[in-house]
Write a protein that binds this ligand. Sequence first.
Ligand code: PBG
Length: 325
Amino acid sequence: MHLRPRRLRQDAPMRRLTAQTRLHPAQLVLPMFVTEAPEPRPIGSMPGVQQHSLDSLRRAAVAAAETGIGGLMLFGVPDTRDACGSGADDPDGILNRATAALAAEVGDALVVQTDLCLDEFTDHGHCGVLDDVGRVDNDATLERYVSMALAQAEAGSGLLGLSGMMDGQVAAVRAGLDAAGHTDIPLLAYAAKYASAFYGPFREAVDSALTGDRRTYQLDPANRREGRREAALDVEEGADVVMVKPALSYLDVLADVAAASPVPVWAYQVSGEYAMIEAAAAQGWIERDRAVAESVLSIVRAGAEVVLTYWAEELAETLNRGEGL
Ligand code: PBG
């Protein structure tokens, strides 16, 4: 017997040398939540993650930037909501104020990114505006997204994350931004975003008003080919980056998109993925740190060049200590 793959696994230095996937802090993005409350509040289903106040957000962003992560993705949680989500494109809305504050504070160190979607701002909790019979109106929503994009660009966002899953959203937002002279701001298309139960804790994180579900606009978890199609369409529409979301249950889609995409491919390890590992670890049922590392490594191995993860800062600290994952 001369074929012995175990030769390369025999000790830690050999394994370190021959590892086929490596992680760097720059490829981690930390999602953050900001509210209008004066004090930060914990999120019960996401232990370790906060609903920040503007002040605590600023401090947390500075600390996160010091770890060398590549970016922050901001979500705003407004006090008041209405049918068309007016807080989204109001320059004084919480998300736009926070964006301006962070762009000034840490914009030189990392990319301050913003979620571009209406669900946190609408009183019905959908990602778009509704027509007179209560359906999500695709084309009327696009107009709201363009307005929101302009507000975010003016606030200083470094990259817009289009997470609403309306048809044509990338082309509409690109055209609106370009017409206003914002030709340099990149668009991250949540290209293959599935209607997932794993967003559960996020709904608590943003005090979501949603009743019902998002199955008329987010993808059916059964559909692999459709994930590829959505990513291809977003590239045609001008997406600078495409993303697959959630990550762990969709590694096949991620690998497909990574194999075919001419633009960078990212993945979002969502709230439920975070909550599952934290909850099992809190019970003593799995080894937390190993499970965290393995989950993120597998997402990169499947083809993601950047991962949005609530563990971004912690993982960057581990990497900075010279401990591989
Ligand atoms: C929509 C949005 C959602 C998430 C990110 N952007 C929620 C949804 O589509 O229901 C989920 C992120 C997570 O679960 O961590 N703006």
